[in-house]
Ligand binder design. Structure first.
Ligand code: AHR
Length: 626
């Protein structure tokens, strides 16, 4: 294939082509990137998920029960753990989120106690298999009979555990108690976190995300925002402030959420990874298909405006002052707000029609009036039978087969300037050949799927003056409990199981080479089996991104650059996968099936770079400069 890349005449592109989204699915938040090690730390419960002693067990004959005391820790956390001690030193243990990783590092812990106890508490980390203690610390009791008193501690194990089958325990001496039992709540333990933030994120997972060079963060994405019912949506104002004031919420993926990972923590991800926030606000639709009537929508619109004021208002505004009181006087900048999630999936004729008829327009009007500079994004796009009213943009979600993604290569060519579109979720989830949503998803991202995703993304990059950006979804899957198989990464308590999928490798390559201005490419060849986009970077280099799908022989490429200057070299990075297109990165073996080769190319006297790309490959060529 002969490609002639012109020196000008393309488009200025989006500044944030590749991003991430997060919702708590597959224990990707609690038990995932949120670094809290204690599961069910505050006995949070909802109508959907009754209170339980999940993950807790008695130590040395103590008796455990969950109680609702007349004087709870807070109105948000009404349940607590009552411990009737056994004889000697006894208490309770937590098995973490299917284990606890124990290293010689600093763990930061805290718990609240109510009840008179003179003596010491012991906080310890030990093997669940052998009982061996890896580290313990004594905490002098300050507890009193009728108050909740917080006890904080740090614990540095003297020895690393050989595996993650460990528990965390708190024990105390029965003889020091006065009234026969003690009450505990909000029992928390954190390892070192990313950038050492209190209440922060797991280091290995944040580092893996950072390697992707993400430019935006859709927060919170997905069904979690919607909630199971119109009473249990993601209420942003219940996810902020001290942990003892966060009631948690009924997660939509089969488990209760702590919301310890809340709105402020999301914004801190943006700060830490230098990402542009795309803040999704609840728009009156719940997953059960019910929605808020037009006459009742006002308070929900106000809540969304308040959320924006909380994030961006100065300290003299009502909600800006609340943010400042939580230790964040400096407002964040928010340029994008998305109204809801997947309203187009909400069932017809009622729920989706209500979005088109009044819900979206009412939110759009309110935001345009109060925040005219913010780009409002509708949760459907023009691809979902929605006419997006100006000046809004749309959001398109694609969960397809590999063939489906290749067929969608030209999808964004037809967008007009007025149809700015976010690709708020995408992933290859089904194999070619007939399995659809009535069948299972693939177990993991697979190489053939990753190449097809690259082709879809190349199609988007060709139109990146009309595409805001793209994010794979979902991002994470805890190997112990998950609801959605195909995710960008997998993880468990043991960081050795953290797995970058084949799609992650493809995305790292695509995200590393940032095109800031596309360039037209002249050729006699049609797209397929080679798909490509060319452009300049703001480093003065020229970039070609390409992928090959559906060929029996390698594709020879001859690439000529109009702006070529003698002596320019180029680096060609090619990703190839296993022979079997269904090959994947297996968390249990940790073998990476994606092979990366990098070569330096010299142009011939005509300024032409020659190379060939094999079947199912993704490649980026970047010149050394013009
Ligand atoms: O990413 C998984 C789910 O897929 C999201 O929650 C939802 O928005 C989409 O249907």
């Amino acid at each position: 294939v002969d490609l002639f890349v012109r020196g000008s005449g393309g488009n200025t592109t989006t500044t944030m082509m590749y991003g991430i989204m997060h919702e708590d699915i597959n224990n990707s938040g609690d038990g995932g990137i949120y670094a809290e090690l204690i599961q069910n730390r505050a006995f949070q419960a909802t109508e959907e998920y009754p209170v339980s002693l999940d993950a807790w067990s008695a130590v040395n004959g103590a008796k455990l029960s969950v109680k609702q005391l007349g004087k709870p820790l807070s109105t948000a956390l009404p349940n607590s753990l009552n411990v009737v001690p056994g004889s000697g030193k006894s208490g309770f243990a937590n098995s973490g989120f299917w284990g606890i990783d124990v290293k010689v590092q600093r763990y930061t812990g805290s718990f609240y106690v109510k009840g008179s106890y003179s003596g010491r508490f012991t906080a310890s980390l030990q093997s669940n298999l052998t009982g061996e203690t890896f580290g313990a610390v004594d905490i002098v009791s300050r507890s009193v009979s009728d108050e909740w008193v917080q006890h904080e501690f740090t614990l540095v194990p003297r020895k690393a555990a050989p595996n993650s089958n460990n528990t965390f325990a708190i024990t105390f001496d029965a003889s020091g108690t006065k009234n026969g039992s003690l009450d505990f709540n909000l029992i928390s333990l954190f390892p070192p976190t990313y950038k050492n933030r209190p209440n922060g994120m797991r280091v290995d997972l944040m580092e893996a995300i950072a390697e992707l060079n993400p430019k935006f963060f859709r927060l919170p994405g997905g069904n979690m925002l919607e909630g199971l019912t119109t009473k249990t949506w993601w209420k942003w104002n219940e996810t902020i402030g001290p942990l003892k004031d966060r009631p948690g919420m009924a997660g939509v993926w089969g488990y209760q959420l702590t919301t310890g990972l809340g709105l402020v923590e999301y914004m801190q991800w943006c700060d830490d990874l230098n990402m542009e926030p795309i803040v999704a606000v609840w728009d009156g639709l719940a997953l059960d298909g019910t929605f808020i009537a037009e006459a009742d929508l006002g308070p929900y619109i106000q809540s969304a405006l308040d959320e924006l004021e909380f994030l961006t208002g100065d300290v003299h505004t009502k909600w800006g002052a609340v943010r400042a009181s939580l230790g964040h006087p400096k407002p964040w900048t928010v340029k994008y707000v998305e109204i809801g999630n997947e309203d187009w999936l909400a069932g017809r004729p009622t729920a989706y029609d209500s979005y088109k008829e009044y819900r979206f327009q009412m939110f759009l009007d309110a935001f345009t009036k109060k925040y005219p500079k913010i780009q409002v994004i509708a949760s459907p796009s023009v691809f979902d039978d929605m006419v997006i009213p100006a000046p809004a943009a749309g959001d398109s979600h694609s969960y397809l087969t590999p063939d489906g993604f290749v067929q969608a290569f030209g999808m964004f060519d037809h967008l007009t300037k007025g149809n700015l579109t976010l690709i708020g979720e995408y992933a290859a989830v089904h194999p070619n050949g007939g399995i659809d949503w009535s069948g299972d998803l693939q177990p993991w991202p697979w190489w053939g799927g990753a190449v097809s995703e690259a082709i879809f993304l190349i199609g988007a990059e060709r139109n990146s003056d009309r595409v805001i950006g793209a994010t794979y979804a979902p991002g994470l899957k805890n190997l112990n409990r998950w609801q959605w198989a195909v995710t960008l990464m997998q993880h468990a308590a043991d960081p050795a199981l953290t797995t970058r999928s084949v799609s992650w490798y493809m995305l790292r390559l695509m995200g590393k080479h940032v095109i800031t201005e596309t360039l037209p490419v002249a050729t006699d060849a049609n797209f397929g089996p080679l798909y490509y986009v060319a452009g300049n970077s703001d480093k003065g280099t020229t970039i070609l991104k390409a992928a090959v799908y559906n060929t029996t022989a390698p594709v020879p490429v001859s690439l000529q650059l109009e702006c070529y200057k003698k002596g320019t070299t180029a680096t060609l990075t090619v990703l190839t996968g296993p022979q079997n297109p269904y090959g994947y990165n297996d968390p249990w073996t940790q073998a990476n099936v994606v092979k990366e080769t990098t070569t330096t190319l010299k142009a011939d006297d005509n300024g032409t770079f020659s190379f060939s790309l094999p079947q199912l490959s993704v490649a980026v060529l970047e010149t050394s400069g013009k």
